[in-house]
Unconditional design. Structure first.
Length: 78
């Protein structure tokens, strides 16, 4: 599970065994987890985050989209 970024209590990562899915990022905090597709940025799955925090996380994903996509393709290739 390569960790791409940490911001406060949030860990941004992807699983090393998901090369057949489109680029995406997982975010965990405590026992909560969410997944966003990156091209375009769309909520894929949510396990426990509430709306206000989801909007904050979507903004963080948007701000770091280039970094996440580069990390994805750097790990899995084009």
């Amino acid at each position: 599970m390569p960790t791409v970024l940490r911001i406060g209590a949030y860990r941004f990562y992807f699983y090393s065994h998901e090369p057949n899915e489109p680029p995406h990022i997982h975010i965990d905090r405590d026992n909560l987890s969410v997944k966003f597709w990156l091209e375009p940025i769309v909520l894929a799955k949510n396990h426990g985050f509430r709306g206000k925090e989801l909007r904050k996380l979507e903004l963080l994903v948007t701000e770091n989209q280039t970094k996440f996509i580069e990390a994805w393709y750097g790990y899995f290739g084009n």
